[in-house]
Design a protein around this ligand. Sequence first.
Ligand code: GLY
Ligand code: MN
Ligand code: MN
Length: 452
Amino acid sequence: MKKIPTKQHCLRVKRLLQLDPEDSAIIYHRGGIQSMRDDTDVELDFRQESNFFYLTGVEEAGFHVVIDLQTETVHLIPPTIPDYEKLWKGPSDAPAVLLDRYDADTIVREADLPQLLCAIQPDIIFTLDITDTSALEGLLPKATLNVSALPVAIHEARLLKFPHEIQLIRRAVHMSSHAHVSLMQHARPRLYEWELEARFRWACARNGLKWQSYLPIVASGPRTATLHYTKNDQLIPDTRHTLILVDAGGEYRCYGSDVTRTFPASGVFSPEAKTVYNIVLKVQETILSRLKPGVLWSDMHWLGVRILTQELIRIGIFKKANVSDVLLLTRAFYFHGTGHSVGLDVHDVGGRSAGIVSVRGAPSFDISRPLEKDMILTVEPGLYFNDISLASWAKDERFNAYVDWDVVNRYRVTGGVRIEDTVRITEDGIENMTLVPKSVSDIEALMAKSRQ
Ligand code: GLY
Ligand code: MN
Ligand code: MN
């Protein structure tokens, strides 16, 4: 497997730390450790802590890293594996193998960590507040431990992707796109939602994505209106209105993807479902056509809300209203952000203030600065008939003054629709990495083909 050039990540982080050239400083970080299932000797799934992966490319548990910022040397420290453990889990890799696999300059035994640190004698140790620093205890009494600067620098570094990171994410999104198509081809009423989840996971794994970026959401019927439904344990209803919403993305070498498609269980959209679907598609396509460097994410969110509002007036959900009268009431049907950064984490760090926002709270924006080339983002508008949201808004006088509940109930049978693509900002627009059909006719054609 090709080595990821993570030393470039370390050097970008160093630049962002804005050190005094006289400063003798190191970055110290310890990766995740293997957790066991309670009261057993059975391991739980292990996924590397993302900042550690960013600095080292190591997916295995128990490693440390020391980066000497003056000499720009990356020292990787593998865990000490006792012989009895090797008997069960196999031998550990030799230093030469590790140097071949990872972008480190030296491999240091855990037992030699004190010697390494005493040789460097740093004045400052940059680390994270999540880092287990017990291995440093008592070794560098004069050094200052700084936990505030490194997260800011790493998060900033991770926001704009290097070309090799873009390649890895592109692969994750392309392969996840194939998995979405495969799932759609197998979708039928009266399957359990988890059967489609299994199909998605299998299709990802078949194409090299062993892990998922997050728990797949496979929601059918009324559950499509629940944003992060992950139980996936119900039978898919057999009605002409039934939609299936799949929000799922595989992970490739810790780089993620985030894709949502909504489609009819029967293979054909009901007129109500088609109306709701096309509204969301119109919002998404309009936003996608506007993205480029310099654009403000908040402007894109409000553009989306404005179109949704116009459409809700057009189909009669809001009656006798101008867009400005009901713009803020649209929140009853659309109560999450329009997208977020994607990278080593599906809701990635850098440039954001919050994720999903409360049903009635003021919107906050995941990217609170102008877009730049090589940011990777999702665009994920939706329209939901969510019982909890609607019950809450039903107590609002202004909402009741404008809403036509008969029309709401006509569309409520569809549950909800979200359409989500993962895209990269280019010099003058976007690269849409997502390759899953999304027009009504393309989805129906794909599903018809698989039913012949
Ligand atoms: N998959 C979670 C999200 O779309 O934000
Ligand atoms: Mn998302
Ligand atoms: Mn998603």
